[in-house]
Design a protein around this ligand. Sequence first.
Ligand code: UP6
Length: 252
Amino acid sequence: KTRLSYQEKFEQAQHSVSKKLLETALAKESNLIASADVTTTQELLDLAEKVGPHVIALKTHIDIISDFDYEKTIVPLKALATQHNFLLMEDRKFADIGNTQELQFTSGVFKITDWADFVTSQVIGGFESLDYFRNVGVVAIIGMSSKGALTTSAYREEALKVAASHPNVIGGVSQNPLPDEMLLFTPGVNLADSGDGKGQQYNTPEHVFKTLHTDFIIVGRGIYKAENPEEAAITYKNEGWNAYLSSLEKKA
Ligand code: UP6
């Protein structure tokens, strides 16, 4: 089995966010998404500044920022995203009925709808629970990286049916391959560790490109906990890009 190139995926992409992601990947020669799991605005902006030039997106868990303030957190973050040409991925993992997800997406202090380019969502609430994410791309949680996750092959098969048929969905988070039409985002990537002692399980960039034909790798602690996060981002960017190029070569 061969994989599609980013160019081929770009040509067949239907959603504007898929196109933007693939275009950015080709322009920056990067398939790296940094996960900014830090807890203050200062750390978030510092990290965005350092890794921004090397990533295609910055993934946030905006609800862990203890001093969140729209003007002080989001406004400068948006400016850095524009300056360094990366997208904002809010990893909210919505998991409720449509009406509640709509409120969580638009209201509260975070107002995710106003700034995120794409969001993650469980599909456990069914097809219509995804209807409201109209102005963003949705990355469906198909399979989780943690030990003992309940995303069995039977679950994944059903989740995929919901995700693949919904026009707002651009792809999925998974540790297993996805159909070619979907973008595959793979977390649980780390070059130094095999786990974190809290259930997380890690693979290398090379492994996930070779075995899953993933499109984008998501790296958290491998970058933001590194002594030099910018250097670490460059390392993961190069590892990821070379692994992508090797996964294309199999085509012969
Ligand atoms: N994440 C996973 N596994 C999943 C889904 N999401 O690790 O199946 C997210 C976590 C975290 C990041 O919520 O933000 O990806 C991984 O961080 P790490 O590289 O520090 O383990």
